[in-house]
Design a protein around this ligand. Sequence first.
Ligand SMILES: O=P(O)(O)OC[C@H]1O[C@](O)(CO)[C@@H](O)[C@@H]1O
Length: 547
Amino acid sequence: MSNLTSLPSWQALTEHADEIKQSHMKAMFESDPARAQRYGISAAGLRLDYSKNRLNDATLSLFEQLAEECQLEQQRQAMFDGVAVNHTEQRAVLHTALRSHDTSPLLVDGEDVRAEITSTLDKMAAFVASVHQGEWRGYTDQPFTDVVSIGIGGSFLGPKIMAEALKPYWRKGLNCHYVANVDGTAISEKLKKLNPETTLFVMSSKSFTTQETLTNTLTARDWFMANGGPEEAIGQHFVAVTSNVPAAIQFGIDADNIFPMWDWVGGRYSMWSAIGLPIALQIGFEQFRHLLDGAEAMDTHFRTAPVTQNMPVMMAMMAVWYTNFFDSGSHVVLTYDHYLRGLPAYIQQLDMESNGKGVNNHNQAVDYHTGPVIWGGEGTNGQHAYHQLIHQGSGVIPADFILPLNSHNPLGRHHAMLAANCFGQTQALMAGKTLEEAHQELLDKGVDPQAADALAPHKVMPGNKPSNTLLMDKLTPATLGALVALYEHRTFVQGVIWQINSFDQWGVELGKVLGNSVLDDLESATPRLNQDASTVELIKIFRKGEI
Ligand SMILES: O=P(O)(O)OC[C@H]1O[C@](O)(CO)[C@@H](O)[C@@H]1O
């Protein structure tokens, strides 16, 4: 038995889960009229209704006990204080410092990082202003019309998805494009439409070693020069964001045009750093600051609210509850806002790269499930596709429904319909429909009793399916910042409970190394072909160029 599963709270939760599994949420609502008011939390411009979950007051007490036994408070403090909680890489984890207004010293390896954060934000603000005001121009003295952001993973998803979410705040006259994949189609399709004279490239790579980003940047540079851009103007058209400044300089980026970031910011937590430069270019620095402010408001809530009134902590506890006590292998994020259609992919990377771990902080294999599969999409589209599985599939798939109360595009009845669908889905998941109800409905429609007997079981909706509903007045930079920070802290708290390091990602390394050796064999005149038989066969077919 591991440290975690032998904890008294874990044992008690195991027993308690057996009891809860006997109750239906519908009955819980009937016997407790105040349930919806009690099981809600407001913070940082967000409102969480978690009443449609399979829990009661006893569950909450056990969550409190679990948090205490896992030393959540101490570990949270350690993260905010700059302790090297990423112990496998000996790194502090300080994305929260990037959005903090606190000026008290924050030491990493004996150095106060506050000044670097401020000077980088100032540099970003000045750069964004000079591009917007047309002071920073292209080589033919025209203002920039397009920005191509080149990066992958955490150096891509944050800027792309947040800028997309904040489209109502876009500055006129500047369009941002994103290239991540090493697939030449991705960059070719982007460059086709662009004019090198008015295109600015932002290359984002924390490590400055990532194959996709280096390759795409070289391709962009070749395209720039092949289409009339003079070599001496590369400095004007290419800027970089990285923690590896020497490598960027060696690559040919002008030292003045490098925006620093640091080891103590994880890639998937980095949109608040200069990695967010494309967001700031798209919406302006003032709005970017609001994004940081919203996140800071969530940080303050996370640091100060007690367990059962703490939004990220409660969301994490419920995620653990379903993963470990209800065997739910996945979690779905359903955004009822077209601007937020990319958010599930963002949370997928955040959570799955953080908590997809099988070894605990004591260097032992875990004997419990950790990170579930995170997936999702925008409502109402998903209702006509995968919601079927959530409603009637054999497993439990906890769902987060996210809805702004006011639309940026109030058009007739659209928004009320969107909201009605959102609430209707959570209601159906919770209440379901019994066999008797399904049967009676069929009889009422005139179906003959024998046919109704056969059909009714297929129309049963078991209900008792958990969901959270997250509301905000409107999707703004501040509420978006709070929302993303909420999921960051939720991810961290799950990692604390599971006793894993949420801030490394060793699992992505082996594929990169093997990919490099395969690349040698694909391109070499004398391939070694020393891989397994299947891979060798695939390499041979690729070299032939036909099947
Ligand atoms: O910013 P970089 O160093 O290019 O890395 C890109 C991404 O690659 C990863 O290291 C995974 O391969 C991510 O964690 C990271 O966000």
